[in-house]
Write a protein that binds this ligand. Structure first.
Ligand code: R5P
Length: 313
């Protein structure tokens, strides 16, 4: 049983939480979150949340492990403050790539994090574009997964992409790219990517599909080091691609990513703000699509018990 809607943020992406609250035309809840000198995180809700429908906004962004721990502590604090229902709003779910035991003696960290969220006391999860849809099944509580395909494809529809092909960076991303291709009524190509070891080095091998003389719109779920994108762009140019647009849903942009993207001479880089993008990561040819409207609308619907699926149109 729960009553009033209450939205709070950790330290990971307060700007997004504020934008979500603006969409819902309500104030962001007051909550102290800070770290002692011994790195222990402290959380205290500064308003009554007894029996409230509480939403805690916290994408798992750098420092990733702190972001996760901070959300767990916020959930624990909300549970002990007698919140009626607690929804963890995680626009970017890190560790998504660790979703199977594909080598000997490795963890399935995406599952471990799911277990920890449940153990802390989360009642629901609201997230966006998991690395693999099956991660939903790591949770035994309800999970709603937003899809940035809708705002991103709406943006691309405003452009003339008539000579473009949508390109998946690997076979695993085929469905994601196909969904965009279908919405834009464009052909699809796939890069046959092989990952070499665990050292974040990706090597693009073949291009399946017609790209010669065509513009290419590369879509990936996330850009981390941008190694995958560099390989993809090189492969497409070797196959005669004309101009190239790169798009991704989660611009993590770690390590050398920004410099790599800067050096690629791309027509445009289209990302969302599921993770915070400081000025050092914003390139002149970058377009940032806001996700707050989707999250705000989803929270409003979850709170009032309406269909969230109705947003996927
Ligand atoms: C991999 O399976 C993902 O879809 C992305 O391609 C990957 O996370 C990108 O990582 P990076 O930018 O470091 O190549």
């Amino acid at each position: 049983m729960y009553t009033d809607l209450a939205i709070f943020t950790g330290r990971a992406h307060p700007r997004l939480a504020e934008a979500i609250c603006a969409r819902l035309e309500r104030p962001l809840g007051k909550c102290d979150v800070f770290e002692f000198s011994n790195e222990n995180i402290f959380v205290q809700f500064q308003e009554n949340i007894r029996q409230h429908d509480v939403y805690l906004v916290q994408p798992f962004v750098t420092p990733v492990n702190t972001s996760i721990m901070e959300l767990l502590i916020m959930i624990d604090a909300a549970r002990r403050a007698s919140a009626g229902r607690i929804t963890a709003v995680i626009p970017y779910y890190a560790y998504g790539r660790s979703d199977k035991k594909d080598q000997p003696r490795v963890p399935i960290t995406a599952r471990l994090v799911a277990n920890m969220l449940e153990t802390a006391g989360a009642d629901r999860i609201l997230t966006m574009n998991l690395h693999a849809g099956q991660i939903q099944g790591f949770f035994n509580i309800p999970l709603d997964e937003m899809n940035a395909l809708f705002p991103v494809s709406a943006y691309f529809r405003t452009q003339d992409l008539s000579n473009f092909t949508v390109v998946a960076t690997d076979v695993g991303g085929e469905k994601r790219a196909r969904d965009l291709a279908v919405r834009l009524d464009l052909p699809l190509a796939i890069i046959d990517k092989r990952r070499v070891g665990n050292n974040e080095v990706a090597e693009a091998m073949h291009v399946i599909g017609e790209v010669e003389g065509r513009g290419c719109l590369i879509l990936d779920d996330e850009i981390s080091t941008a190694g995958t994108i560099v390989s993809a762009v090189n492969a497409l140019r070797q196959h005669g691609a004309a101009e190239i647009i790169v798009s991704c849903y989660h611009p993590v942009l770690s390590g050398p990513a920004v410099e790599r993207l800067r050096s690629l001479n791309l027509r445009e880089i289209v990302v969302t703000d599921s993770v915070p993008l400081g000025p050092e990561k914003l390139l002149p040819n970058m377009t940032v699509i806001p996700v707050a409207p989707q999250f705000g609308d989803a929270i409003g619907r979850i709170h009032t018990g309406q269909s969230v699926g109705a947003l996927f149109a």
